[in-house]
Ligand binder design. Structure first.
Ligand SMILES: Nc1c(C(=O)O)ncn1[C@@H]1O[C@H](COP(=O)(O)O)[C@@H](O)[C@H]1O
Length: 166
């Protein structure tokens, strides 16, 4: 059985954020494998990973990095698979540096960029599941059911109170 989603990150310190993507994938029953791959620190490993991703059976790559976050773009330059980029919150600039590094790709090399931090990572997992669901009716139904139950939860909490004096 092949694993459809690779979740990679520039450092082990990104795991607390990036495990959110894995949690979302697990919630929808989508297999994932997470590992540290750095464009800066382990460039040969990066090339090897990106060039072998199709043969490994991956269908989507979620890549998170912080600061000078070149990882998602470099992976996208080396594979035809779709890459979802997660800007990890950096200490110095709160992730704005990560966001701008990931989102401003040159025409012809695409990275789908999510929001900064844990919510963006979770949404990357959700989006990866939604992309896979276009060819998987059971997965599509699980996501539709989850969205409906989320809406019910929000509606249940929507009434914040009222007071009448008549
Ligand atoms: N942005 C990159 C890349 C890369 O883009 O290849 N490799 C590591 N890093 C980032 O450096 C930050 C600090 O890493 P350390 O906590 O290991 O010092 C991490 O957020 C990581 O994603």
């Amino acid at each position: 059985m092949t694993i459809p989603v690779a979740v990679v990150m520039g450092s082990q310190s990104d795991w607390e954020t990036m495990k959110e993507a894995c949690d979302a994938l697990s919630q929808f029953g989508v297999g994932w494998k997470a590992e540290v791959v750095s464009a800066h620190r382990t460039p040969k490993r990066l090339v090897e990973f990106a060039e072998q991703a199709v043969d490994e059976g991956y269908q989507i790559i979620v890549a998170g990095a912080g600061g000078a976050a070149h990882l998602p773009g470099m992976i996208a330059s080396l594979t035809p698979l779709p890459v979802l980029g997660v800007p990890v919150k950096s200490r110095a600039l709160s992730g704005l540096d990560s966001l701008l590094s990931i989102v401003q790709m040159p025409k012809g090399v695409a990275v789908g960029t999510l929001a900064i931090g844990a919510s963006g990572a979770w949404n990357a997992g959700l989006l990866a599941a939604q992309m896979l669901a276009t060819r998987d009716p059971d997965l599509l139904k699980r996501i539709a059911d989850w969205k409906a139950s989320r809406a019910d939860e929000v509606l249940a909490d929507a009434q914040l109170g009222q007071e009448s004096f008549e």
